[in-house]
Design a protein around this ligand. Structure first.
Ligand code: SAM
Length: 310
């Protein structure tokens, strides 16, 4: 898929297999992060995780790491339907499926020409049938899908899955991001409270969770908002990311990265040496970068979401 808010419309920089971390390398890094650096949750994202062969084997290796509380995955939902049971049996605790519209033509327009809505809806149904903890990720963009917010709210209430509305971030490969297209958390909440019979009420959730969670006054449905642009949460962010080619990013919005694949391969470093390198890299994590982005000065040097994973 080439979602308009994410993938470059052409010239995506495909990686050769030899440049990717192997499952063994990912598992070694995961063990280091969990056993020595305090990481408790791992999310497999992408790119698109379901195009890696036998991704359930990776889930199995990760979920058997002692001390890890959860392994989850974010997917576009196109190829996952037949894998849901095996992924759950391999230890997958929860699944995020990205869905931005319930309209087939709009799905095609937003995904760069893929006629895939029915496949994604099928995958959602399978995940619900398997009782897998399911979250829907929805990027709301003004003029594209902001008229469907209430449909997503109703969907959460009908199915019991959490719907997370994500503010459009300037991490698109197409260059279409503009502040006018961002629909803020505040605006979405006001709209829901005005147009829907039930009102949102906040749930006290973990501060380090990027989503601010709400339910309704009747307790049905869970709606999350990820307000990266209008209410940045840098001071509570405790996430790190490793790309498919083994680069450590300490912040979604920082261009600097630290090459872990080289450490794993060329120089054959010990776990202690890798831990030291990761700790040093973390010290360089930039502070409050979103404020700078809002001045738009950083726009040309940002990452794109398709390489860093969301
Ligand atoms: N291919 C998978 C998928 O489609 O969910 C995983 C990767 S995708 C980069 C992870 C998440 O990032 C998706 O939920 C997507 O909606 C979100 N995302 C991508 N670009 C974004 C942007 N510019 N602003 C906000 N969210 C974005």
């Amino acid at each position: 898929m080439r979602c308009v808010y994410c993938m470059p419309s052409n010239n995506a920089n495909w990686l050769d297999q030899e440049n990717l971390l192997s499952y063994e390398q990912i598992t070694r890094l995961a063990k280091i992060f969990v056993l020595s650096l305090g990481i408790e949750k791992i999310k497999i994202t992408g790119g698109e995780p379901t195009i890696r062969r036998n991704v359930e084997n990776l889930v199995k290796s990760l979920s058997s790491i002692e001390g890890l509380r959860s392994v989850s995955m974010t997917t576009n939902g196109l190829l996952i339907k037949d894998k849901i049971k095996i992924l759950k049996d391999s230890g997958l605790e929860s699944l995020n499926i990205s869905l931005d519209t319930f309209k087939p033509d709009r799905f095609k327009a937003m995904s760069g020409g893929i006629d895939g809505l029915y496949k994604v809806m099928d995958a959602i149904k399978s995940a619900l049938d398997e009782n897998l903890m399911l979250k829907i990720n929805t990027v709301i963009m003004r003029g594209w899908n902001d008229d469907e917010i209430l449909q997503f709210v109703k969907f959460s209430r009908e199915t019991g899955c959490t719907v997370k509305f994500i503010e459009f971030m300037p991490l698109d490969g197409t260059g279409i991001w503009a502040e006018e297209i961002v629909v803020s958390k505040r605006e979405m909440i006001d709209k829901i409270n005005k147009d829907f019979i039930h009102h949102l009420s906040p749930i006290n959730n973990d501060k380090s969770d990027p989503a601010r969670l709400y339910t309704f006054d009747d307790g049905i449905g869970v709606i999350g908002f990820i307000p990266s642009i209008t209410e940045p949460f840098c001071q509570n962010c405790d996430r790190v990311r490793i790309t498919a080619d083994g680069k450590l990013y300490t912040c979604l919005f920082d261009k600097s990265s630290y090459n872990l694949k080289d450490l794993l391969e060329e120089e054959k470093k010990s776990d202690d040496e890798i831990i030291k390198y990761i700790r040093n890299s973390m010290q360089k994590k930039p502070e409050g970068i979103i404020k700078i982005i809002r001045t738009k000065l950083l726009r040309p040097t940002l990452n794109t979401m398709n390489t860093i994973g969301g």
